[in-house]
Design a protein around this ligand. Structure first.
Ligand code: BJW
Length: 277
């Protein structure tokens, strides 16, 4: 049985069955088998651009047209694909265990579409399907929006392919805030150097302060981005055992492996439902 050692699986199940307070830190690898690319490693390039370098306020300020086309493409792709069995298994665990919280770094909306209870899903890095005014301080407009695209962008072209020419979208054709009618709209995601949503940070802090943590599952994330990755150590400090599900054994938690950790190597979409069945 690829990726699953029978003894590890048995000891994981035994521990899960005794657990009442469980966290899952989710990353792009969870949605990989749905067909969405990850950030780092193979597939982390969008055209010639490193996806991580487009996810910054500096990139937006320098080339808002390029960054809007990147996000329009990602919004479109995320709506095209379907949640996979891992999203559904996590949603099911949430319904069964009130003390389960998923801390998702993903912005693709797939956990929501798998009916993960919203109160048990903390969107650490926001969502592609909220857009908000660049003028956060004064205007502050934000809205849920599934249809907005950068103008002139054809949905039928695969603009992630560098051979497909990128339309030249002028800044004045980019989506403008409908409230102040002055500043551009931007995707409601968290870029490097920006704070995570305050309410989300509060929710996680409250969970951590409410008692011990039995286990943290670390699923499909390189665990390199903070503060998200720091929740692994925070959970350990609360007594949690760590279970990593990843294609790559080198993507281990900062601080390395500890006694009692589990590592299940392989595709999250296959492994997570087996672990949670
Ligand atoms: C599979 C699989 C399959 C593949 N099955 N597995 C402390 C120390 C050092 C730096 C900092 C620090 N605290 C803060 C910072 C600065 C910075 C940071 O962390 N930098 C580090 C990179 C060094 N953090 C921030 O700026 C954060 N803000 C903040 O802290 O504010 C306060 C502050 C500011 C400045 C200084 C100090 C404090 C904000 C971070 C925002 C991250 N935003 C992004 C973009 C979101 C929008 C968008 O989607 O475009 O979030 S970056 C990108 O990385 C995205 C992801 O959510 C995030 C994590 O990536 P993830 O999910 O782990 O993906 P990958 O690709 O890295 O990994 C995929 C994994 O899946 C791999 O392991 C594969 O093997 C695996 N895999 N297929 C299972 N089928």
């Amino acid at each position: 049985d690829a990726g699953i050692d029978a003894e590890d699986l048995a000891s994981f199940h035994e521990h899960l069955n005794k657990s009442t307070r469980v966290l899952a830190l989710l990353g792009a690898g969870l949605s990989a088998s749905s067909g969405l690319p990850t950030f780092r490693g193979a597939g982390g390039l969008w055209r010639t651009h490193d996806s991580v370098s487009l996810a910054t306020p500096e990139a937006f300020n320098t080339d808002s047209s390029l960054v809007w086309q990147f996000y329009s493409y990602r919004r479109h792709m995320a709506l095209q694909v379907q949640p996979n069995p891992a999203h559904y298994a996590l949603a099911k665990l949430a319904r069964k265990m009130p003390g389960f919280q998923a801390l998702s770094q993903n912005v693709d909306g797939l956990s929501q579409r798998a009916d993960h209870p919203p109160g048990q899903l903390q969107l650490l890095h926001g969502t592609l399907f909220e857009v908000r005014c660049m003028d956060r301080g004064r205007c502050g407009h934000s809205e849920t929006n599934f249809v907005l695209q950068a103008k002139q962008q054809s949905k039928d072209l695969d603009i992630s392919d560098v051979k497909v020419p990128l339309a030249s979208v002028k800044t004045h054709d980019l989506p403008v805030c409908p409230k102040c009618k002055q500043y551009l709209l931007r995707p409601g995601v968290v870029w490097f150097g920006e704070s995570l949503p305050e309410q989300v940070l509060d929710n996680v802090d409250k969970f951590m302060d409410a008692g011990g943590v039995d286990m943290i599952m670390v699923i499909g994330t390189s665990a390199k981005v903070y503060p998200a990755a720091g929740y692994i150590e925070d959970a350990r400090a609360k007594g949690a055992r760590v279970c990593v599900v990843n294609m790559d054994e080198n993507d281990r938690p900062a601080g390395g492996w500890k006694k009692g950790d589990w590592f299940f190597k392989g595709d999250a979409a296959t492994l997570v439902p087996r672990l949670l069945e």
